[in-house]
Write a protein that binds this ligand. Structure first.
Ligand SMILES: Cc1cc2nc3c(=O)[nH]c(=O)nc-3n(C[C@H](O)[C@H](O)[C@H](O)COP(=O)(O)OP(=O)(O)OC[C@H]3O[C@@H](n4cnc5c(N)ncnc54)[C@H](O)[C@@H]3O)c2cc1C
Length: 470
C-alpha cells in the first residue's frame, strides 16, 4: 500500500518587513527540531528592510541609537556590535546609523536563520503580494498570491506594516489625479518627479515630513518648502546619549483611570526630574514601556480623549529625530527655504500645473499657498474599515477581520489573534503583529514593541502547531 506523504505544517507570514522577518526568525529559534515551512510573502526583492529601512538616501537616519535596535530582544547589543564591524563604522560607529544599513542587517539576520542547517525548517520568500486568504473546509487557509500561486497554510500572520495616508482634504478630490500631488510619500517616484527649484508643500510635520525634507535636500533641491501642520511643531530632537535616565513610575500611574490624571502625574514627574537636573526626555522614556498597559486600562471613551487631546503631543515628544536632522531643519528655516505654518489644510485645488492649498489658521482667514508639488505626510491610514487592499477587503467581508471602534487597527486578543464580528478568534489561525495592533497597546510601531510581539507570537504559533501533533 502506498503511504501518503504527510502534509507539511505551513505558517504563512504576509509582509516581510521588520515585524514579519522578526517573527520568522523567532519561529525558527523556537521550533527546535519540529519540521516547519515558513512562507514569507513580500513583494520587495529581499525580505528584511520593509518600508522603513529601504530608503536609499544615506541622509535618512534611524531615529534611535543602535543600542535600542537589536533584532534580538535577549541580546540588546547585537545591532551595535554588528554595526561596529561594517565599513560604515571604519571612522567610528555612527551615533545614528543610516536606515538602509539597518535594512541590510535585518536581511542578513533573516538569511542566517534561513541558511541554518541545524533545524528542520524552511523559509521561502515569495516575492509577490497576497490577495486573499479564504478558509478551507479542512481548517487551513488558502493564501492566494498575485503570481497565481496558492499557499495552503495552517496559520496566516498579517505583518502588513503601514499604509499610505488618506486624502488630507475633501470632499473635492480632483487634486488626487494632479501630477503634482503625491498621495504616498514613500512611492518610488515621489521625489524623482520634483525639480530642484520647484515649490513644495508638505502636509504634516512628523517624521515623514522630516524624511522628505532631508531627502529633498540630499537630491539638491533648492526651492521653497512650506510645511502645514496643526500646531506647527516638529518632532523633538534626541538629547545627548550621556543624559541621565529617570526610573519608571508606573506605580504612581496604575491607579489613574483618566487621561487628565495621568497627565497630571507625568507633569509632576517632569518637575521632580527637573529638580534633580534630569530632562523631560528621560521621563517620557521611562513612561513609554508602560503606556501600553495604561492605555489598555482606559475605557474606550478615555482612549478617544487621549487621541483627541494628547496623541499628537505624545508623538512629537516620543518619536524623536537625530540631532543632525534637527540641525538641518534649523538651517533650512534660517535660510528661508523652509517655512512652517501652524494650521489645517482645508482644501487642495488644481490650478493649471500648480496646486493651491487652503490653510485655516487659528483666528485668521484661510491662507492660500501655491506649489508645484504637494506631498501628503499626515501619517499612515490605520483605519482598516477604509483600506482598499484586496487581502484586507476579503478578510473583512468574510467577517474574520474586524476594525476596532477607534479605527487604529485590527481587533485582536492579547496574542494577536484576529477576532471576528462575534468577538471570538477567527477560524483558520489568523494573527497579526505590528502597527495593526495599536488598538491593544497604542504603542505598536517601533522596534522594541515589535520585537516583543514577535517573540510572544512565535511561542503561540509553535504551541498551536504542537497541539496538532499526535
Ligand atoms: C520611514 C519610516 C522610518 C522608521 N524609522 C524607525 C526607526 O528608526 N526606529 C524604529 O524603531 N522604528 C522606525 N519606524 C517604525 C517602523 O514602522 C518599524 O520599526 C518597523 O519597521 C515596522 O515593520 P513592519 O514589518 O510592521 O512594517 P513594514 O516595514 O512596513 O513592512 C511591511 C511589509 O509588508 C508588505 N506587505 C504589505 N501588504 C502586503 C501583501 N498584501 N502581501 C505581501 N506583502 C505585503 C510590504 O511590502 C512591507 O514590506 C519607521 C517607520 C517608517 C515608515
Amino acid at each position: 500500500m502506498p503511504t501518503l506523504a504527510p502534509v507539511p505544517y505551513v505558517i504563512t507570514i504576509v509582509g516581510g518587513g521588520f515585524a514579519g522577518t522578526a517573527l520568522a526568525r523567532h519561529l525558527a529559534r523556537q521550533a527546535g527540531q519540529l519540521p516547519l515551512e515558513i512562507a514569507l510573502v513580500e513583494p520587495r526583492a529581499a525580505p528584511g528592510p520593509g518600508l522603513a529601512y529601504s530608503a536609499p538616501w544615506p541622509e535618512l537616519l534611524l531615529n534611535v541609537r543602535p543600542g535600542n535596535l537589536s533584532a534580538w530582544a535577549d541580546d540588546p547589543g547585537h545591532f551595535a556590535a554588528w554595526l561596529a564591524r561594517q565599513p560604515e563604522a571604519a571612522a567610528g560607529v555612527p551615533e545614528f546609523a543610516c536606515r538602509a544599513t539597518y535594512g541590510r542587517y535585518l536581511a542578513q539576520e533573516l538569511a542566517a536563520v534561513a541558511n541554518d542547517s541545524g533545524n528542520k525548517l524552511t523559509i521561502t520568500h515569495y516575492p509577490t503580494t497576497a490577495l486573499a486568504a479564504p478558509l478551507l473546509p479542512d481548517g487551513r487557509r488558502a493564501v492566494q498570491l498575485a503570481d497565481g500561486r496558492t499557499l495552503l497554510s495552517h496559520a496566516v500572520v498579517l505583518a502588513l506594516g503601514n499604509f499610505p495616508p488618506p486624502p488630507p482634504t475633501g470632499p473635492d478630490h480632483r487634486y488626487l489625479h494632479h501630477p503634482g500631488y503625491h498621495a504616498d510619500p514613500w512611492a518610488a517616484d515621489t521625489l524623482a518627479r520634483i525639480g530642484p527649484d520647484e515649490v513644495v508643500v508638505l502636509i504634516g510635520a512628523g517624521l515623514t515630513a522630516v524624511d522628505m525634507l532631508l531627502a529633498l535636500r540630499a537630491q539638491g533641491h533648492r526651492g521653497l518648502v512650506q510645511v502645514v501642520a496643526r500646531r506647527g511643531r516638529w518632532p523633538a530632537a534626541h538629547g545627548p546619549a550621556s543624559a541621565p535616565t529617570y526610573p519608571g513610575f508606573y506605580a504612581a500611574l496604575a491607579s489613574e483611570t483618566t487621561v487628565a490624571g495621568v497627565l497630571r502625574s507625568v507633569r509632576r514627574h517632569v518637575a521632580l526630574a527637573a529638580a534633580q537636573g534630569i530632562g523631560w526626555r528621560a521621563v517620557i522614556d521611562a513612561l513609554r514601556p508602560d503606556l501600553g498597559r495604561i492605555w489598555a486600562g482606559w475605557p474606550v471613551a478615555e482612549q478617544a480623549r487621549f487621541l483627541r487631546h494628547l496623541a499628537g503631543r505624545w508623538s512629537q515628544v516620543r518619536h524623536r529625530i537625530a540631532p543632525s536632522g534637527a540641525a538641518a531643519l534649523e538651517e533650512l528655516t534660517a535660510s528661508g527655504r523652509l517655512q512652517t505654518l501652524a494650521g489645517r489644510a482645508v482644501e487642495i485645488v488644481p490650478a493649471g500645473a500648480s496646486l493651491r492649498v487652503g490653510v485655516a489658521q487659528a483666528g485668521g482667514p484661510t491662507t492660500y499657498l501655491t506649489a508645484n508639488h504637494v506631498i501628503c505626510c499626515t501619517g499612515p491610514l490605520a483605519d482598516y474599515s477604509r483600506l482598499q487592499v484586496p487581502l484586507v477587503q476579503q478578510l473583512r467581508a468574510d467577517g474574520c477581520l474586524t476594525p476596532d471602534p477607534l479605527r487604529l487597527g485590527i481587533t485582536t486578543d492579547a496574542t494577536g489573534a484576529l477576532l471576528g464580528l462575534d468577538g471570538q478568534p477567527s477560524a483558520g489561525g489568523l494573527f497579526t503583529l505590528g502597527a495593526s495592533r495599536r488598538p491593544q497597546s497604542f504603542e505598536s510601531t517601533a522596534v522594541p514593541e515589535l520585537r516583543q510581539q514577535a517573540v510572544a507570537l512565535a511561542a503561540v504559533l509553535i504551541q498551536r502547531y504542537q497541539a496538532t501533533q499526535p
